[in-house]
Design a protein around this ligand. Structure first.
Ligand SMILES: [Zn+2]
Length: 224
């Protein structure tokens, strides 16, 4: 329990950690999430943890990606690292800015278009074709090195039938890459919770939060 200045009762008071189920709207989709707040032990007012202001946004985006079947930030990073590529090179090959890829790996919400691009990049032959065309057009030898790495990944997949244990290992890895977002299926219906939550104080808090939501760009580190 730590002492924080309460903006409601104007006291330097002790705050308890409190988790509250809320409905948030991300890109037009209502999601049920569990947000973390600090509760003033004097007046009961809830506030977001000033030392970790991104926490609840990261929860929201994570849930949005899960519901929409989008890749999570760590999965995007896994795909890139499968080819042993730097952020700069991977972004270049996929036709997005380095800053954009950095933000996605740092927790910002990717577009559906970019999400599809990442999924297509899990197929080595597709990525190889992209890089090969860049190599042909520019003659830049950095693309040659990328082609070697991609060919190695493609070769690993091709040669699997001769090695059962490697095959299983790769299937597990690909399962993690592409199946992860569907692993935790939710059985609870959001509709029943909407009704339950609509009258509560947390809705007010949520409305306040929504105002600043569009400013979050995911520049800070991954904290969840
Ligand atoms: Zn207070």
């Amino acid at each position: 329990m730590k002492k924080i200045f309460c903006i409601n009762c104007y006291e330097e008071s002790k705050h308890d950690e409190k988790f509250v189920a809320e409905i948030v709207n991300v890109r037009g989709l209502d999601l049920e999430v569990e947000h973390r707040y600090l509760e003033c032990t004097i007046c009961g007012e809830l506030m977001e943890d000033p030392s970790n202001l991104d926490y609840n946004y990261i929860i929201d985006f994570k849930e949005y990606r899960r519901v929409k079947g989008l890749l999570q930030p760590e999965e995007i990073k896994m795909i890139r690292e499968m080819y042993n590529m730097s952020q700069r090179d991977f972004a270049d090959v996929l036709g997005m800015s380095h800053a954009t890829l950095c933000r996605y790996e740092g927790g910002a919400l990717q577009t559906e278009h970019h999400n599809s691009t990442f999924i297509l990049a899990t197929t080595p032959n597709a990525l190889h074709k992209l890089v090969y065309m860049k190599f042909q057009a520019t003659g830049n030898e950095k693309y040659e090195n990328m082609l070697e790495n991609i060919a190695r990944v493609a070769g690993d997949i091709h040669n699997l039938s001769s090695n059962k244990s490697d095959h299983l290992e790769l299937e597990r890895m690909r399962g993690e890459l592409l199946g992860y977002t569907n692993k935790f299926s939710k059985t609870q219906s959001i509709g029943t919770h909407v009704t339950k939550l609509l009258s509560g104080k947390h809705i007010k808090i949520h409305e306040d939060r929504r105002k600043v939501m569009s400013n979050f760009k995911g520049e800070s580190g991954w904290k969840v």
